[in-house]
Design a binder for this molecule. Structure first.
Ligand code: CTP
Length: 428
């Protein structure tokens, strides 16, 4: 018998834009006689009072007809019939995952009759940690927490606990997920769970993970706040060495990682968007202090794309040249700084800001990233043509020179810019 608790008051606090979607799916499911539940990370975060917009729902009974009904109501729905799951995408961009509660096929032979009554329990039992294995029933009873495995108690204790001894063996990515959750929530694996994780690592299970799987878990870790904590923890569990034998973690690497984390916290809003590849700055900072073959084998292990490898190679190889170019003691003109940095990938620059041991270089890179790279002339290309610059490459060239002039404080107002351009029409 599961622990039950009325948590409808917590559901009332879910933001309206999310709650209305949960309501809609519940109402339609209820109309079809299905039992509908919230599950997984959403429930965990609901109880912790942490915002989470990734709604995961499960129903006892087939989810496919419910998904079809939602589709016929005009919603965008993708259905995986084979798995009895689907995703509903709402016009405001939010999405909701819906699955048929299911047992693992390997646990139960085909001959086993399907027992609908306890399928939720089995569905939850397949999950990684007890705190992720709770459900909140929505229909027929609204707002009852269903906790078969002591997740509520673990949540209160700040503890991650696997549901059975083979959990990590069945899916070693859970070790990385566990470390990520520990870091994010300030939780800690229980002693038993930690022991199971370490022995799974020792048994070489991480080497069974495919490159893309490992990569996506690592990427998630580096996208979290405080990745240094997680990396350190992976090291403690023996997982880092198991994944990247050629990249021993060094004090310098961890220090670089810490700096990058501080930059993101302090300057986050001023940094230009670093895009999908931003996590490579963190990985690159660690690889930089390893040996070259270690870096290359890590890239192989993670099945990185050519482009991603290019970013990492640039991080590993170009810093010395840059330090010579912009590390001089005297003042440097801002236009010269931009000339040196404009063509360099921003993720690479960001990584170098964390890696370099020269404070001048670091300060200049950060100045560039937070301010200078955003400086542009007030006049547009169109304006230049109106002023008499001939159409074609001359426009780009003049814009670029005008930008340098602005960087060096030669122009300030729109009028300054116009005068500056008119004066140089003769150069063309
Ligand atoms: N899950 C699992 N084993 C995995 C991956 C996921 O058991 N290797 C389960 C977890 O219980 C999780 C659920 O599947 O709650 C949904 O996975 P996902 O959306 O990745 O996890 P969330 O907890 O929702 O997301 P996050 O951890 O990023 O908050």
């Amino acid at each position: 018998v599961p622990w039950e608790e009325d948590v409808s008051a917590l559901l009332d606090r879910v933001p309206q834009e999310v709650a209305s979607k949960i309501r809609l799916v519940t109402d339609v499911g209820e109309g079809m006689g299905l039992k509908v539940f919230l599950v997984g990370g959403f429930v965990r975060d609901l109880l912790l009072g942490r915002p989470n917009e990734d709604v995961d729902m499960v129903c006892e009974g087939d989810a496919v007809p419910l998904l079809e009904r939602l589709s016929s109501m005009g919603l965008q729905v993708s259905i995986h019939r084979r798995y009895g799951t689907g995703t509903v995408r709402f016009p405001d961009g939010r999405k909701l995952d819906l699955a048929t509660a299911r047992r693992e096929f390997y646990e139960y032979p085909v001959a086993q009759p399907k027992v609908q009554m306890d399928s939720l329990k089995h569905d939850l039992y397949r999950r990684d940690f007890s705190v992720n294995a709770m459900a909140v029933s929505l229909s027929p009873r609204w707002g009852m927490l269903v906790d078969y495995f002591g997740g509520r108690g673990d949540l209160n204790r700040g503890q991650l606990r696997v549901l059975h001894n083979l959990s990590f063996v069945e899916d070693p990515t859970r070790i990385l997920r566990g470390v990520r959750l520990e870091g994010r929530l300030g939780f800690r694996m229980s002693q038993d769970t930690e022991r199971l994780a370490a022995s799974c690592v020792k048994g070489g299970m991480l080497s069974l993970l495919s490159g893309p799987k490992l990569r996506s878990e690592l990427e998630l870790i580096f996208r979290e706040r405080n990745p240094i904590w997680a990396v350190d923890r992976l090291c403690g569990l023996g997982a880092w060495d198991a994944m990247f034998p050629g990249v021993p973690l060094s004090i310098d690497g961890l220090r670089a990682l810490r700096k990058l984390d501080v930059f993101v916290r302090r300057l986050g809003r001023d940094l230009p968007p670093l895009g999908e590849e931003s996590w490579l700055a963190f990985l690159g900072a660690l690889l930089y202090f390893g040996n070259p073959w270690g870096g290359r084998s890590a890239m192989d292990r993670l099945s990185l794309s050519q482009k991603e490898r290019g970013v990492l190679e640039a991080i590993l190889n170009g810093l010395g040249t840059l330090e010579t170019a912009i590390g001089g003691k005297g003042d440097i003109r801002w236009s010269s700084l931009c000339r040196a940095l404009d063509g360099v990938n921003r993720v690479v620059l960001f990584a170098w800001a964390g890696i370099t041991s020269r404070w001048r270089v670091r300060r200049r890179i950060l100045l560039y990233l937070t301010r200078l790279c955003k400086v542009s002339p007030m006049l547009s290309g169109r304006d230049l043509i109106d002023l008499g610059v001939p159409k074609g490459p001359a426009v780009g060239a003049m814009l670029s020179r005008l930008r340098f002039a602005r960087l060096d404080g030669e122009v300030d107002t729109l009028e300054d810019e116009r005068a500056w351009v008119l004066k140089r029409l003769g150069d063309l």
